[in-house]
Design a protein around this ligand. Structure first.
Ligand code: 7TS
Length: 400
């Protein structure tokens, strides 16, 4: 049977007996029954701390946790499951990198980001720059909402040591050319990090072919639980890095004076990991694979084209950005209606969208806006969701 968003929706309890139109998937996604079941079964059948218990229950929990790591590894085309570090989410993954990679930075060195970054891929670098005296630079964006790479020499310089750019913008849906960006970074001898929070849930990602040194994403944005995320890194770089947090499990040997480190990835997983959530993420990946990532991205492309066409016909609705390569994230404003008022009116019709600065204040400043509306799609959305959204916008406009 072909792709059917309507059938997919049946797998998600939150949509049962409900007319909820959920269009805020860039914030977080809904969970299929299989993911809820796997969390329940971890706690009710195989709950014991991982990597330490010698009894059967502990081995079963460890096996399920490590099996989830293998699922993540093959989902993103990593060369080895050792390259998969479980974190609490993209934010922690980037903070880990900002701490460990900035250790050798000094005044005169540069960290390069872009004007379209989520605060999670900006503020950790500001902190690192403040700590080390390095300079934080950024690639500006064009009218279309793409990175302005017309004069790359302005940004990619011999002093550039770290480049960290979003694979997909959480506001404009722009897909950034990470392969090209990583080549430009490597030419300068810099490491390249892609923030994949808005890409890995929606498209096939192959980190080994991507040119990146590091790739980050969050489980909750791809049908998985909250509190689990991933940092992928090239094995040889991970092995050369100092740990981020200290604690249990990340050590090899500890004396009162000093410690040596466990092997990768455990060196970066201090304390009891979110192993239940990791297993839930593994189940989410099984679910996505059962539908097919290519089918999901094709569906979202069609939905985005349909939405852009319909929104462009609405009077007084302005869409921000028109990137050539884009995903199902569309930001907009309706003239004469404050986005917060619009969100409240949509809520009356049980339509959930996000409005605000989307944790990307510098990007909004470049658009001369402080608050905008955003639609973001996933596999369970269909054309009828967009139709209902448009009808509700028209109704709201009539009221105002
Ligand atoms: N990077 C990007 C590109 C994001 O969109 C987000 C979250 C993050 C990093 C941080 O992810 P977290 O899971 O650690 O919070 N983006 C959004 C959003 O657009 N609306 O709510 C969260």
């Amino acid at each position: 049977m072909g792709f059917s968003a309507k059938n997919i929706k049946k797998d998600f309890p939150i949509f049962h007996n409900s007319d909820l139109i959920y269009l805020d998937n860039a914030s977080t996604t809904q969970k299929p029954q299989t993911v809820l079941d796997s969390i329940h079964s971890m706690y009710s059948e195989t709950n014991a701390n991982v990597h330490r218990a010698l009894y059967t229950l502990g081995s079963l929990a460890t096996e399920r946790f490590e099996n989830a790591r293998m699922k993540v590894s093959s989902f993103i085309g990593a060369n080895s499951e050792k390259e998969i570090i479980f974190t609490s989410g993209t934010t922690e993954s980037i903070n880990l990198l900002a701490h460990t990679l900035s250790r050798n930075l000094k005044p005169g060195d540069e960290i390069l980001v872009s004007e379209m970054e989520h605060h999670s891929n900006l503020v950790p670098w500001q902190l690192a720059a403040n700590r080390t005296g390095a300079t934080l630079s950024y690639i500006p964006i064009t009218e279309k909402g793409e990175l302005d790479l017309s004069e790359p020499d302005l940004y990619f310089k011999p002093s550039t040591k770290i480049v960290s750019i979003s694979h997909v913008s959480n506001v404009l849906g722009t897909v950034n050319p990470i392969k090209k960006l990583s080549e430009m970074a490597h030419e300068m001898g810099a490491v390249f990090i892609a923030d994949g929070a808005q890409c890995a849930p929606h498209q096939v990602v192959n980190v080994s072919d991507s040119g990146c040194d590091f790739y980050t994403f969050s489980g909750h944005k791809m049908l998985g639980p909250t509190g689990i995320g991933v940092l992928w890194g090239k094995l040889e770089i991970l092995e050369s890095m100092e740990p981020f947090m200290g604690g249990g499990e990340m050590i090899e040997n500890v004396t009162m004076g000093s410690s040596t480190w466990n092997e990768v990835p455990y060196k970066f997983e201090a304390g009891t990991p979110n192993f239940v959530q990791a297993v839930g993420l593994g189940t989410a990946i099984d679910y996505l694979n059962s539908i097919g990532m290519n089918e999901i991205s094709e569906h979202e492309d069609k939905l985005t084209a349909y939405a852009l066409n319909k929104l462009n016909k609405l009077d007084d609705l302005q869409i921000f950005g028109s990137p050539t390569d884009r995903t199902g994230v569309i930001s907009f404003n309706v003239k004469g209606i404050h986005p917060h008022d619009l969100a409240q009116f949509l809520n009356e019709d049980n339509i959930a969208i996000r409005v605000g600065h989307h944790c990307a204040q510098p990007l909004l400043a470049s658009l001369n806006e402080t608050s905008i509306g955003r639609l973001s799609f996933y596999l369970y959305n269909d054309e009828s969701d967009i139709d209902k959204f448009c009808d509700s916008v028209i109704k709201t406009k009539d009221y105002f």
